[in-house]
Design a protein around this ligand. Sequence first.
Ligand SMILES: *[C@@H]1O[C@H](CO)[C@@H](O)[C@H](O)[C@H]1NC(C)=O
Ligand SMILES: *[C@@H]1O[C@H](CO)[C@@H](O)[C@H](O)[C@H]1NC(C)=O
Ligand SMILES: *[C@@H]1O[C@H](CO)[C@@H](O)[C@H](O)[C@H]1NC(C)=O
Ligand SMILES: *[C@@H]1O[C@H](CO)[C@@H](O)[C@H](O)[C@H]1NC(C)=O
Ligand SMILES: *[C@@H]1O[C@H](CO)[C@@H](O)[C@H](O)[C@H]1NC(C)=O
Ligand SMILES: *[C@@H]1O[C@H](CO)[C@@H](O)[C@H](O)[C@H]1NC(C)=O
Ligand SMILES: *[C@@H]1O[C@H](CO)[C@@H](O)[C@H](O)[C@H]1NC(C)=O
Length: 602
Amino acid sequence: MRDNKKAQYTPNMNHSSMKSLLLLMSTLCLCSSHPAISQLRFSVFLDPKHQIYLRWDYDDELAFMSFEFQAQSTGWVAFGFTNNKDIPGADFVIGGVLPDGNIYFSDWHGVNEDTILEDERQDYELLSLTQDATSTTMAFRRQFRTCDEHDLDITGDTQRLMAAFGTNDTIDFFKGKIIHKSLFLMLVVTEEKLKRPSVYHIYDLKVNDFPIPEDDTTYACTFLPLPIVKTKHHIYKFSPMITPRNITLVHHIIAYACGNGSVLPSGVSDCYGGDPDFSLCSQIIAGWAVGGGSYMFPDETGISIGTPIDPQWIRLEIHYSNFDFLPGLIDNSGLRMFYTSELRPYDMGVLHTGVLTFPIHFIPPQADSFKSYGFCNTSHFHEINGSPVPDMHVFGYLLHTHLAGRGVRGIQYRNGKQLRILCEDNKYDFNLQETRDLMKPVVLKPGDEFLVECRYQTTDRKEIIFGGPSTLNEMCLIFLFYYPRNNISNCLGLPDIQYVANQLGQEANDQAEGMMAINAVQWNNETIKKAENACKEGPQIVTIKTIDEVVVNETGFIRDIDIPEPAPCKLSPRDATTTRQPEGHTKYKAIPDVVSKAVGTS
Ligand SMILES: *[C@@H]1O[C@H](CO)[C@@H](O)[C@H](O)[C@H]1NC(C)=O
Ligand SMILES: *[C@@H]1O[C@H](CO)[C@@H](O)[C@H](O)[C@H]1NC(C)=O
Ligand SMILES: *[C@@H]1O[C@H](CO)[C@@H](O)[C@H](O)[C@H]1NC(C)=O
Ligand SMILES: *[C@@H]1O[C@H](CO)[C@@H](O)[C@H](O)[C@H]1NC(C)=O
Ligand SMILES: *[C@@H]1O[C@H](CO)[C@@H](O)[C@H](O)[C@H]1NC(C)=O
Ligand SMILES: *[C@@H]1O[C@H](CO)[C@@H](O)[C@H](O)[C@H]1NC(C)=O
Ligand SMILES: *[C@@H]1O[C@H](CO)[C@@H](O)[C@H](O)[C@H]1NC(C)=O
């Protein structure tokens, strides 16, 4: 009976399991230990037309997340999670308010491209469901990990969110408008909690009347001077300035600081096109991605400007997606920078870790999964820095790969032992590169080691991929944001390519020959695995660079990585018949019989 339920059904207005909206509203319980719906700290519009608004918050200890989802529709509305935008495997709720005031709400999953099914186990707990003349709002919560095979876990990875709605209460799911959005839900701080200086200045890093090319993907770069200040100031905040439109055209914006030695080009051009100068300056200081908001540095720190060792120029990179090849679009987007002379205690530094992009980083084609490793050993930071290096208080990070990247992880070791996975995203989305805060700042002591692991998928590629600046080349980087700053800017690792080539049965007597030999390898699942193992087991060359471009090379090796198992499922079986409801509620699930009937007759 429950099999093969199709997506279309009409909720039965007189069904006995439904309770009236009035009853629901009068008995609503926002139980103490969960954030009240009115206090949800985070919010975002899921679509550029601002028709769908999501607010959320979570309780890390109880492992619960609460949502309030609002859509401009008086029909059915749906919200949930997908794997890579696919309906098969998707996990979502559908709810609505019927014209007579009765409500429906339940937990569903996607079976295949044209079938969705109501879950046997209902794991989403409704808190309220209301409708006004134009929109429907539903508040609900669930555990991060429900342990239902039809639900997806909520994690610190980039979540692929899905939203849909229809114009009436006939749930014709596949005829509704389905919206997808990548979002990082485990946000940490809200700006209200941070200190604001009493006097500040604003300065806009943006393009002026830039004609957006009629092209699906454009990376536009321009070099902009930082403000000239006579005394030291701190930049403490960046906020996006996006030319308003009814579709998303600006996907991400990155600000890179330039060393003062470079001669920089003028104008706006393709970042990774014909003129290599447009990819100069690689130190990311701010990243914004669609869906993100402004970013404010912690009270302790800011980016110093106005002293001789400070950056004077910025490379601004704006990623446009003009999928519909719309002509005549003029853009003035960018980042607004806030700075102040009210100095914070520490200058912020950025440590650039991961795999050295040139000349050896390679990724085989046709790999379902290939991992690259970049090792950083901070043991000699003191000598290279020229003076003792104070402990680095890491408060945030930005992960960076190009289109083939699927996951990035940074692991900290001390005294030869893994201390922690400092940051990770197992569902990395190139279009969601943003500065993220750590739950708590972490101390990286000189002597600690930091390993970056990047996972790629190249099943859509025919040729070996090399490290490089173009989006079809790859990178494997983590930018660690920390204070107080020291003179070290880069600490990047790369595999000993001669060793890797030899392991693959190729002859090579030095690094250059190793490089050539890699090009000659016939790639298949076996050689892909061999190459990955060789990159992990072989020696690493660690290249450490200072802000004055002094380079020191060392050798190192990759230690074991201990990935903790996810917490076991404390399966308190919440099957369909024993679904726990908030106090004062009785059941108000959608009506399986009606669904089946609808299928039977359609
Ligand atoms: C509900 O909306 C769908 C599509 O928008 C339409 O085809 C259908 O006739 C409507 N149903 C009712 C009962 O109005
Ligand atoms: C966006 O607005 C323009 C006019 O400003 C209009 O021509 C276009 O159809 C709108 N696009 C969408 C997707 O609504
Ligand atoms: C670049 O910075 C160094 C200090 O790191 C300073 O001595 C030098 O004058 C600066 N050069 C320019 C062109 O500003
Ligand atoms: C940077 O290096 C110089 C020597 O080149 C040293 O005097 C200074 O203390 C170092 N700065 C920091 C913050 O470590
Ligand atoms: C490689 O392994 C994948 C599964 O991981 C399989 O689908 C594919 O056919 C294999 N390719 C070759 C060339 O063996
Ligand atoms: C350090 O290693 C890199 C990568 O192999 C190489 O390009 C560079 O020349 C080396 N630098 C020094 C100073 O040895
Ligand atoms: C890091 O450097 C220290 C000091 O040179 C060395 O003892 C240690 O083995 C290095 N770690 C790795 C993993 O290479």
